[in-house]
Design a protein around this ligand. Structure first.
Ligand code: TYD
Length: 216
């Protein structure tokens, strides 16, 4: 039995270039035993839940639930529902010595649903469901791509593509999301300044991820 694989999470606000950074990691870590995954998603059922959560159309949650507290509570349920099988999968990879890199994890629920939506009254609900969902899994490393939301949102808009209903939230919401990441970061977090040129950010993240996988 070899060493346990590392679990690495990339977090950040909208437009912090997580997507291109993860693409760069995929292209430059081919020599490692590594799997890339994302939240919400990462399993067949998780990808179905993702559609329901992110859709801004009439099939989306927003059209089914009109009051904000209920909507946020249902979102927390669904993010945790998708997270449960995802964590089982991550655990299986780790046990086989395979490293896992996830685009977002549970700090996003704290940042978006609790702090972004100012729903401190649902914090207990998040802790209870999330504890069941993660089932003891903890990231070995969280890389936070940190950026002013104003810059992130304008990057996201100029990149084109479909905006999720979270992308469309007001600037203040995104400022609270950023604050949450910075205020609640743990000792296993590394903050990277994502306002630097993209190539520089990608190289820095690659180095951080490699060091973690090599146990340095
Ligand atoms: P995605 O298209 O992957 O956006 P991004 O590239 O910004 O990650 O959509 C994921 C969206 O879901 C993103 O807007 C953040 C949101 N989200 C939450 O609100 N809570 C969560 O727990 C997670 C994992 C994501």
């Amino acid at each position: 039995m070899g060493d346990r694989g590392k679990f690495i999470v990339i977090e950040g606000i909208e437009g912090a270039s997580k997507g291109s950074c993860i693409q760069f990691l995929k292209e430059n870590l081919s020599g490692y035993r590594i799997e890339f995954t994302r939240e919400p998603g990462g399993t067949r059922i998780g990808e179905k839940i993702r559609k329901l959560l992110l859709s801004d159309g009439e099939d989306g949650l927003k059209y089914l639930i009109s009051d904000e507290k209920s909507l946020t509570a249902v979102e927390i349920c669904l993010f945790c529902c998708a997270r449960y099988p995802h964590c089982k999968r991550i655990r299986r990879y780790q046990a086989r010595g395979i490293n896992v890199v996830s685009d977002r994890f549970d700090s996003s629920t704290l940042a978006y649903q609790i702090m972004g939506r100012r729903r401190g009254d649902l914090l207990w609900f998040f802790w209870a469901l999330n504890e069941i969902a993660v089932d003891g899994i903890e990231p070995d490393l969280v890389v936070l791509l940190d950026l002013e939301p104003k810059i992130g949102l304008s990057r996201r808009k100029s990149a084109g593509g479909e905006l999720s209903r979270f992308d469309k939230e007001e600037l203040e919401f995104h400022n609270r999301v950023r604050r949450s990441f910075l205020d609640f970061k743990g000792s296993n977090w590394v903050v990277v300044d994502a306002s630097k040129p993209e190539a520089e950010v990608q190289k820095e993240v690659l180095g951080i991820v490699k060091r973690c996988m090599e146990g340095k």
